[in-house]
Design a protein around this ligand. Structure first.
Ligand code: GDD
Ligand code: MG
Length: 358
């Protein structure tokens, strides 16, 4: 049996306003919270017990996931009164682990979709006797991540979180946010104060000369931390590009109670949430339509997230934008790349519509 810790306590600032009411890991991608996708993949790789390290909006997790039985795992909760940072959260959550000092513990950032083979990551870790194994992936622009150069033997040479200068960009290998710790290494993290695993714990292990391994692979990988990556991750799941066991690749995912007009075009991996209405000849591509929102006839919604019960007026255009819960975008209005509309805000209509069929 392997135990896992999921880090789900961040504020999800870059995904505001979606994360005002819902913590990032509980936002649905392809209809299921990111956390649920992660737990299911971990379970299939032999993880039977998961400790959720929560802080921001902790109650949302327990309300939705309970004791984990419905997902086929046992879930325990470690709630931080004040956010303890990634390292502090791991140490705090470890108090709820049941395994021994020499056992491997999987730790996952709560906002990552990946096809990495967890089982072989854990197996390789145990075989090597390492203190820590890091899953690494390659990205075109590594600056927003933790840089991890390795030697020919896979030994990690350095760990540089979010490099600030061009000289620091020594590799395109980044920390993919999935670790296997030997339990005793977690127990050495200081308690009672915030600790960053990336800025403090990892550099410290390297300094002490402990064996830290990096495993690079080409499996699907995406951090869902920004709105653009969030919609892309959801669409990749729907289209079968991101791993999702038992899911049949499709152009769109229409969830229960949703109504999509015959004349509407809905595709490019769009998820139409429960109770959503897509009316008339609306066009929706590569987007996430959250529960109960309404897209009126003639509207065009592309690469965007539309909040719960929000309304996109007739003929409105929403591209690469985030519309908060209960917001209203008036008929004919246009939102372009990067726009964010706060919950409940009403933007006026800006154009006369000639066809008004619903
Ligand atoms: N419990 C708890 N407490 N969880 C936290 C805290 C905290 O104080 N702070 C952050 N987290 C959780 C977040 O919810 C998220 O799931 C995870 O830790 C990582 O935080 P992010 O805010 O998403 O970090 P990032 O994306 O900027 O960078 C991290 O992930 C990259 C890969 O996606 C780092 O680990 C980078 O090194 C890495 O490359
Ligand atoms: Mg992240």
């Amino acid at each position: 049996m392997t135990e896992a810790i999921l880090l789900v306590g961040g504020q999800g600032t870059r995904l505001r306003p979606l994360t005002i009411s819902t913590p990032k890991p509980m936002l649905p991608v392809a209809g299921l919270p990111v956390t649920v996708h992660q737990i299911l993949r971990a379970r299939d790789a032999g993880v039977s017990r998961v400790v959720l390290g929560t802080s921001y909006r902790a109650e949302v997790f327990a309300d939705r996931l309970g004791d984990g039985r419905a997902l086929g795992v046992e879930i325990a909760y470690a709630v931080e009164d004040e956010p303890l940072g990634t390292g502090g959260a791991i140490r705090h959550a470890a108090e709820k682990l049941t395994c021994g000092a020499d056992d491997p513990v999987m730790v996952l950032n709560g906002d990552v979709l990946t096809g990495v083979d967890y089982r072989s990551l854990v197996g390789g870790h145990v075989e090597s006797g390492a203190a820590l194994t890091l899953h690494l992936t390659r990205v075109a622009d590594p600056t927003a991540y933790g840089l991890v150069p390795t030697g020919g033997d896979g030994r990690v040479l350095a760990f540089r979180e979010k490099p600030q200068t061009p000289e620091e960009i020594v590799t395109d290998q980044i920390n993919a946010g999935c670790y296997v710790f030997t339990r005793s290494v977690i127990d050495e993290i200081p308690t009672g104060r915030p600790v960053s695993v990336e800025r403090e714990t990892f550099p410290d292990l390297l300094e002490r000369g402990l064996l830290v391994r990096g495993v690079v692979d080409d499996a699907y990988w995406l951090d869902l931390g920004t709105p653009w990556d969030f919609v892309r991750g959801s669409a990749d799941l729907v289209r079968g590009i991101a791993p999702w066991d038992g899911h049949e690749a499709a152009d769109a995912l229409v969830l229960e109670g949703a109504q999509v007009s015959d004349r509407a075009v809905v595709g490019e991996g769009t998820t139409v949430g429960p109770g959503v209405q897509v009316r008339g000849d609306a066009l929706v591509e590569g987007s996430v339509l959250l529960e109960g929102c309404v897209i009126e006839a003639g509207a065009r919604v592309v690469d965007s997230v539309i909040g719960q019960r929000a309304r996109i007026g007739a003929g409105a255009t929403v591209v690469g934008s985030v519309v908060g819960d209960d917001a209203v975008i008036g008929a004919g209005n246009e939102l372009r790349h990067g726009a964010r509309v706060w919950p409940g805000v009403e933007l006026p209509a800006t154009a006369v519509r000639f066809s008004s069929d619903a």
